[in-house]
Design a protein around this ligand. Structure first.
Ligand SMILES: Cc1ncc(COP(=O)(O)O)c(C=O)c1O
Length: 435
């Protein structure tokens, strides 16, 4: 093992030996190359004032060399800002401003020991960094039976975790008993990775404050009886909460810094929070109980996460990072974000209204509970979801997603309010065609 990895592991173990045990074999071996090309070029940047012939970029007249046909498109940026490499950790200002945004949105995190975010290639990048750092082949990974299909590819196919599922809904709320029982199957001393995702893809459900509290208590009690937990909170659709009874802060706030056997990971992204899907800016942050705010454990985990970024994609787009950083500094940011969330809410409420006004449609489908995010799911009673999806496309030119044989996902986020009644009526007609 590289001495730098040994050093990071020693820092982690000195602060919390269990945190070291939670790392995968790759996670234990990983380090950020603080000696070598990166550190030498950083030294050259500060000390090589006469000549800096250190890094693999090209310069001209003190600026990043560039083509006019490129820079012409980027009026608000100079060539250095737009075109040079970003650090593997992400640009420092953005890491700070995203953390400030998270504190603004999650006041319960004030004063809670937590790492600075590392910038990843979208939230998918954060999930794959987490998988690389914490999942060995054969490790158990628990998630709800309503989940984003990419978890299977990342954690199951790529990292060979043993995927376990618990039932998500009971009536109009969460099946908390199912999640408790799934945790109880694991003995003291075992390691378990858990994924939580609110607002949920595909259902559009977010736990109520009471449900969130109960889920957090179940996890903390599991840690208390000796389970070693990595809890990965996927906050992709954070902030799109359309009902005041729902949790208004991330589940991460209920878990961060709460127990020495529970490492909480916040995976979030500008992707949906800032409406910039293709810019690919995501973040991963860590917290664990029993350590102080500036614990060297956090710097060590940040170095390991940055090592994964360095060894896979090297770094994320500097232009995207600058755009997000400037948007976060803009005095209009929170008001603009709020206006878009309000617009999304009108769509979710329209779906509810249309379903409530058409009780006869229940012959064919009912909605799973939903009040947040981008999606809602229909539970089909007679028709196979994939057959319905194909029929909707072929006869009605209407695109939906079949999630399972019984579940059809509708992204109301993509529909104008006035389109919603027609789409749902069309789904009903298509069910009747196939019945
Ligand atoms: C639950 C969930 N997590 C993560 C992601 C990935 O987001 P990104 O586009 O930032 O990689 C998505 C995107 O669809 C998602 O639905």
């Amino acid at each position: 093992m590289d001495p730098l990895a040994v050093e990071l592991n020693a820092k982690i173990a000195a602060e919390n030996p269990l945190a070291l045990e939670l790392l995968s074999e790759l996670g234990k071996r990983m380090y950020f190359p603080s000696k070598g090309i990166l550190s030498q070029s950083a030294e050259a940047k500060t000390l090589g004032k006469r000549f800096n012939a250190s890094i693999g970029t090209a310069l001209e007249a003190g600026q990043a060399m560039h083509l006019d046909c490129v820079m012409r498109q980027l009026d608000d940026f100079n060539a250095n800002e737009a075109l040079l490499y970003a650090p593997s950790q992400g640009i420092a200002e953005l890491r700070q401003s995203w953390r400030q945004k998270n504190l603004h949105d999650n006041p319960d995190l004030q004063g809670v020991p937590c790492s600075l975010p590392i910038v990843t290639n979208g939230l998918s990048g954060a999930l794959s960094v987490a998988a690389d750092l914490f999942v060995n082949p054969g490790d158990s990974l628990l998630m709800a039976n309503m989940n984003w299909d990419n978890y299977h590819l990342n954690f199951g196919v790529r990292c060979q975790a043993k995927l376990e599922f618990y039932n998500y809904f009971e009536g109009q709320g969460l099946d908390l008993q199912a999640s408790r029982e799934a945790l109880q199957k694991h003995q003291a001393g075992e390691k378990l990775v858990v994924i939580l995702n609110f607002p949920n893809n595909p259902s559009g459900y977010t736990a109520t404050e009471e449900e969130g509290e109960a889920l957090a208590q179940a996890l903390l009690q599991s840690a208390e009886r000796g389970l070693n937990l990595v809890v990965l909170v996927d906050d992709a659709y954070f902030g799109l909460f359309f009902d005041s009874a729902l949790m208004q802060q991330s589940m991460f706030s209920k878990l961060a810094g709460k127990h020495p056997r529970l490492l909480a990971i916040k995976a979030d992204a500008a992707t949906k929070e800032v409406y910039v899907w293709g810019l690919r800016v995501g973040f991963i942050s860590f917290s664990i109980g029993g350590v102080s705010e500036n614990s060297p454990l956090f710097a060590a985990l940040e170095a390991k996460a940055a090592g994964i970024v360095r060894s896979t994609i090297s770094n994320c787009s500097i232009l995207s990072q600058k755009i997000i950083n400037q948007a976060l500094q803009d005095p209009g940011f929170y008001a603009q974000r709020q206006a878009k969330a309000a617009l999304m809410k009108t769509r979710a409420l329209k779906v509810k209204e249309v379903l409530a006004n058409n009780p006869d449609w229940q012959e064919h489908f009912e909605a799973y509970p939903f009040s947040s995010g981008y999606f809602m799911c229909l539970r089909l009673k007679k028709i196979d979801a994939e057959s319905l999806r194909l029929h909707l496309l072929q006869k009605y030119q209407a695109g939906t997603i079949s999630i399972t044989a019984s579940d059809l996902r509708i992204a109301f986020s993509c529909l104008e309010e006035h389109e919603i009644p027609e789409l749902f009526k069309t789904i009903y007609l298509a069910c009747q065609d196939l019945d």
